[in-house]
Design a protein around this ligand. Structure first.
Ligand SMILES: Cc1cc2nc3c(=O)[nH]c(=O)nc-3n(C[C@H](O)[C@H](O)[C@H](O)COP(=O)(O)O)c2cc1C
Length: 200
């Protein structure tokens, strides 16, 4: 299912076509595609080129790891994410490896890496649905995540599925519209709250 963004200004079709479905096909994601998705993450920019990210990835052909990762999600997310053939957790390293100083951009850089995954996925006809609704403490325990690393967000990856397979409330959200704040709310100049002049 396509759900292109009703943009106010033209953007690249990858940006327009990316969205976060909850209906996923059970079709597996071939390993060569997974390699490309995480290669896209690898080439994200990061503060000091620290690359402070790591990914735990579970595919359905390893059912034990897939269900262990699924068990870290909140119940709401489990209801739909259990069908996704690939589940992942993005993890950030909180300190610079070389100096031990706090890396205040670690989360930011990890988000940029996941953005790379989402766009590479869109280009290949796949979708990514990110989730804050998971238990980071459980993820640390179940996947032996070392001290100094923090699980930030989970995400599901897969080919689009049939929205009719979703429970009614989720189906309505799947088929509903997409909305965003206008640019003038968050692109400012001269002083806070002042919309940038190029918006006029
Ligand atoms: C960091 C992050 C956390 C999110 N957490 C959840 C979640 O726990 N459950 C869920 O169903 N969607 C979650 N979403 C998806 C957002 O609701 C979705 O991206 C937003 O509504 C915009 O829709 P779009 O991605 O289709 O444009 C999350 C997205 C992000 C980026």
């Amino acid at each position: 299912m396509q759900k292109p963004a009703p943009v106010d200004y033209p953007v690249h079709e990858l940006i327009r076509n990316r969205w976060s479905p909850r209906a996923f096909s059970e079709k597996p994601v071939p390993p060569e595609i997974l390699r490309s998705l995480f290669e896209a993450a690898r080439w994200a920019p990061s503060s000091n080129n620290e690359q402070p990210w790591a990914f735990l990835v579970a595919t359905k052909d390893d059912p034990e790891t897939h269900s262990r990762l699924l068990s870290t999600l909140v119940e709401f997310n489990q209801t739909w994410a259990k069908h996704a053939p690939v589940l992942a957790i993005a993890v950030s390293e909180l300190e610079f490896a070389r100096t031990g100083h706090p890396n205040r951009n670690a989360f930011y850089d990890t988000g940029a890496a996941v953005a790379g995954v989402t766009l590479e996925a869109t280009a290949r006809g796949l979708f990514v649905h990110q989730m804050a609704g998971f238990d980071p403490h459980k993820a640390i325990e179940l996947f032996h995540i070392p001290k100094g690393w923090e699980p930030i967000a989970a995400f599901a990856i897969g080919f689009p599925g049939d929205p009719q397979t979703l429970p009614e409330d989720l189906r309505a959200r799947e088929l509903g519209g997409r909305a965003r704040k206008p640019l003038a709310d968050f692109v400012m100049s001269a002083r806070w709250g002042n919309p940038a002049p190029f918006l006029k």
